[in-house]
Design a protein around this ligand. Structure first.
Ligand code: ATP
Ligand code: MG
Length: 215
């Protein structure tokens, strides 16, 4: 197993659950601790990933089979892992990522209904077996995530345009994955950003005491 000194910590959850907000707060915390880290979001600046992302998220005129969506996302991930994540971890840099493989299981597996075993095999090819050390799933009621996004005036991307039933299936998927997958911590995403941050901090500290110290 990889040396857990520089873990890959992933922020997950439905749209509007607070991933980006909490990743930013966690990054500030690590900076205050003097811990070198990288915050990243797929496609993470890889040229092939940027090109693919436009097709998957921005081209809302494109109808595509769920399998096409799966392979496009994983095609971008393959470059992201090899060009961004692995090099950082290998040089001892902690990586805080906005979504990773758990999103693929929740959205393309539970949301789109693709066979979970098949999705897992495909993920494994894309990542070359690289797994997250901790997934922090921010759990909020669907309506709350939606309301936050609307309040912020954020438009939907191609996947977010799916209806409430899809979002519920994704949320339920995350809650099911907590039981079947390693390294998944579901955290109550309600309350103020600082309240949620405190929960995340406590979780990270207890999972990686030697890396993050206490307090
Ligand atoms: N705890 C909170 N309470 C109220 N509003 C919040 C909270 N956390 C984040 N927000 C606001 O909700 C909106 C969505 O938050 P954020 O962008 O962090 O979510 P996200 O999970 O990254 O969403 P997306 O999936 O669309 O990227 C933002 O406008 C943010 O300022
Ligand atoms: Mg975000």
């Amino acid at each position: 197993m990889r040396d857990a000194k520089a873990p890959l910590v992933v922020f997950e959850g439905v749209d509007g659950s607070g991933k980006t907000t909490q990743l930013t707060l966690a990054s500030g915390w690590l900076t205050a601790l003097g811990l070198p880290h990288l915050t990243t979001r797929e496609p993470g600046g890889t040229a092939v990933g940027e090109a693919i992302r436009k097709v998957v998220l921005s081209r809302d005129d494109l109808e595509m089979p769920a399998e096409s969506e799966l392979f496009l996302i994983l095609a971008a991930r393959a470059a992201f892992v090899r060009d961004v994540v692995r090099p950082a971890l290998e040089e001892g840099t902690i990586v805080l990522a906005d979504r990773f493989s758990l999103s693929t299981l929740a959205y393309q597996g539970y949301g789109r209904g693709l066979d979970l075993g098949d999705v897992r095999k495909a993920i494994d090819i894309a990542t070359g077996g690289l797994e997250a050390d901790l997934y922090i799933v921010l759990d909020v009621p669907i309506a709350e995530g939606r309301a936050r996004q609307e309040h912020a005036g954020l438009g939907d991307d191609r996947i977010e345009r799916e209806g409430a039933a899809f979002r519920e299936a994704v949320r339920d998927g995350y809650l099911a994955l907590r039981k079947t997958d390693k390294h998944v911590a579901v955290i109550d995403g309600r309350g103020t950003p600082d309240e949620v941050h405190a929960r995340i901090r406590a979780t990270i500290e207890s999972r990686f005491p030697s890396v993050f110290g206490r307090g």
